[in-house]
Design a protein around this ligand. Structure first.
Ligand code: CMP
Length: 139
């Protein structure tokens, strides 16, 4: 059965550009409820670990440097079909390919500075949420 939770990060570019409030508002307006929320900045070791699945990819180094370049918001979100619906809301990984009206289409600049992360599966949503939040921090 599909889980109703997903995990997101509002990335350093969106925070730096002042879009975090507008993005959080869009997420809530789209029907997601916030079950955990944290404003933090990843260390290099933490970013390497979070994105460990990509460590052999050519973009890994740039991705890690970008993700530690400034603070982020991390959140666990709830909605029916959360993983799929959230990926629809944020649009394609590359903002140049993101459909009009999606969060990446409106707020992102490049494939690295792509404003927001969304889990790609129920399994990864659970792993990624646990990376940032203890049970005590999740509603
Ligand atoms: P995210 O959804 O956070 O997951 C991995 C990130 O790697 C992705 O968003 C992009 O910001 C970044 N990235 C950079 N280059 C690529 C690429 N060629 N394919 C996929 N992801 C990439």
């Amino acid at each position: 059965m599909a889980s109703n939770r997903t995990f997101t990060m509002i990335k350093p570019d969106a925070v730096e550009n002042g879009y975090a409030g507008a993005i959080l508002n869009e997420i809530i307006e789209a029907g997601f409820s916030v079950k955990a929320l944290k404003f933090t900045q990843l260390s290099r070791v933490q970013a390497q670990s979070f994105y460990g699945v990509h460590k052999e990819r050519p973009f890994f180094g740039d991705l890690v440097e970008f993700m530690i370049s400034g603070p982020i918001y991390a959140a666990i979100l709830e909605k029916d079909q959360a993983v799929a619906d959230f990926r629809t809301l944020i649009g394609a990984t590359n903002p140049k390919e993101a459909k009009e009206g999606t969060i990446r289409n409106k707020y992102a600049q490049s494939i690295d500075a792509n404003a927001i992360h969304g889990s790609d599966s129920d399994e990864n949503a659970a792993v990624e949420g646990s990376f940032f939040f203890s049970q005590l921090e999740i509603i």
